[in-house]
Design a protein around this ligand. Structure first.
Ligand code: PLP
Length: 377
């Protein structure tokens, strides 16, 4: 049996007629950049996330960079974030000339630890404390970070909160949606996210008219009116084809997320019944709405062997992420070494993401767990 990590074809088959029609509509209009389809998606995402406004951008990476720019982060500034995320989270900070200061994760959720955040901040020399302009909590794998203590700390120190919600559209924390809690919520429409476009795309959610306006100016090279530039922005625009596709898919998102949650529950059951929970750690659901962009198990010692074994059995799996950001070569000058963030380093050595996409069959889920059981016995 083959069980790919992700197969987008069955999802496309469900919505093909609708998606093909809106693509044809955009092509017929020959209106490709921003325009009514992007404006419509912005309204729909704002409503879905429970925020005032949303600004479509060219990718999740660009959502982060444009939010940092709007928050006024620049050279010599400091931004606190997790070392256990996709590279873009740390890379964007650096691209603006600012310095990422990493904070270790909570080993049960893999999200930034609020206690470690406060400790790290307090340990900074006073000139660096003053340089802290933003914090980027990441809602990793589809579950929100523990936001209340982060928001409280950020308010007390006038630090902007930029949620990296690229993996977490529709997930919730104490009744609030991902992307609605901080100053900026950054989403990606990369095809492997729960709400994926047919290419690159992203969006930033905000609760302030001034922030929305700043983002709309920055995504057009900082020009307003056209050809007059108060700021240096960039080309961070979302195109109409991607917006139209994402608009169609948004109507189905909650159904797909529910199916991912059901698959996760089924895995939990199968793992419990197999007695494997002595050997592997299952994902901890600590917030009410985890949308399972990934279902990630923890495998002490034998993770890489298990991954090889599953590959041989036709099962796709992946490591998110094998090397924490503080150990990346491009950040060597930041002075971090192995051992700086033990929880992140241990996660990088032990985590393994299993197939969780909505259209998996029960037979496939059973097969994955059976293969893991065979590996251990
Ligand atoms: C996917 C992702 C991004 C980047 O999104 P792109 O659309 O690929 O640029 C940023 N942060 C996290 C946590 C992601 O998973």
């Amino acid at each position: 049996m083959q069980v790919p990590l992700l197969d987008l074809k069955p999802q496309y088959a469900q919505i093909k007629a609708e998606v093909d029609a809106v693509i044809a509509e955009v092509v017929d209009s020959q209106y490709f950049i921003l325009g009514p389809k992007v404006a419509q998606l912005e309204r729909e995402i704002a409503e879905y996330c429970g925020v005032q406004d949303a600004v479509g951008v060219s990718s999740g990476t660009d959502a982060l960079i444009i939010s940092l720019m709007a928050a006024g982060v620049g050279a010599e500034d400091v931004v606190l974030t997790t070392p256990y995320s996709f590279f873009a989270t740390g890379g964007c900070i650096r691209r603006l000339g600012a310095r990422p200061v990493f904070v270790d994760i909570d080993p049960t959720t893999y999200n930034i630890s609020p206690a470690a955040l406060i400790q790290t901040y307090e340990a900074l020399p006073s000139n660096e404390k003053a340089a802290v302009k933003a914090v980027i909590p990441v809602h990793l794998y589809g579950q929100c970070a523990d936001m209340d203590p982060i928001l409280e700390w950020a308010r007390a120190h006038q630090v902007a909160v930029i949620e990296d919600a690229a993996q977490a559209i529709g997930s919730e924390y104490r009744g609030r949606r991902a992307g609605s809690m901080g100053d900026y919520g950054c989403f990606s429409f990369f095809p492997s996210k729960n709400l994926g476009a047919f290419g690159d795309g992203g969006i930033v959610t905000v609760n302030s008219a001034a922030a929305a306006e700043a983002l709309r100016v920055l995504r057009m090279h900082g020009s307003k009116p056209k050809y007059f530039h108060k700021l240096v922005g960039g080309n961070f625009r979302l195109d109409a084809l991607q917006a139209a596709v994402v608009s169609v898919k948004l109507k189905y998102l909650d159904g797909w997320s529910r199916q991912r949650q059901k698959n996760a529950e089924r895995y939990d059951q199968l793992f419990a019944a197999s007695g494997l929970t002595e050997r592997i750690g299952l994902p901890a659901v600590t917030q009410e709405r985890h949308i399972f962009n990934q279902y990630v198990i923890r495998v002490p010692q034998r993770r890489d062997d298990l991954r090889r074994h599953l590959g041989e059995q036709g099962i796709g799996c992946e490591i998110y992420y094998p090397l924490p950001l503080h150990q990346q070569e491009c950040f060597a000058d930041l002075g971090y070494t192995e051992g700086h963030f033990p929880a992140a380093e241990q996660a990088a050595a032990e985590t393994l993401a299993l197939p969780i996409f909505p259209e998996l069959s029960d037979a496939q889920l059973v097969y994955v767990v059976a293969c893991i059981q065979a590996f251990f016995t």
